[in-house]
Design a protein. Structure first.
Length: 108
């Protein structure tokens, strides 16, 4: 399935059960809602603009998944294109890149 189709499926509430998936999404909006309807809660994640990418990892036949806001693509350092296209910021000594991630528990 293409990244565009995955984006659409995930935006509509695609189930992660029994799915193996490992992808880093570029141009992430900075907001995600992860729902656990069988457990009666959701997790709302909101990140500042420094986190323009996110990783979703769902190993097959395992009872867990990982969702991680990131500042750049996993392999941005080794790509031979303009680094900023993939979110990589080269910092000078003592320079900072700051951002916030807020996770909010929502009971159903």
């Amino acid at each position: 399935m293409s990244t565009v189709k995955w984006r659409e499926a995930l935006a509509q509430g695609y189930r992660l059960d029994d799915m193996e998936f490992d992808n880093c999404f570029e141009e992430w909006s900075g907001e995600s809602l992860i729902s656990f309807p069988m457990n009666g809660y959701s997790l709302h994640i909101k990140a500042s603009s420094a986190f323009s990418h996110c990783v979703l990892f769902t190993p097959a036949d395992k009872p867990f998944f990982a969702f991680e806001p990131t500042t750049h693509l996993n392999d941005a350092v080794s790509r031979r294109t303009e680094t900023t296209l993939h979110g990589l910021e080269i910092l000078e000594p003592s320079e900072l890149l700051e951002g916030d991630i807020i996770m909010t528990y929502l009971a159903s």
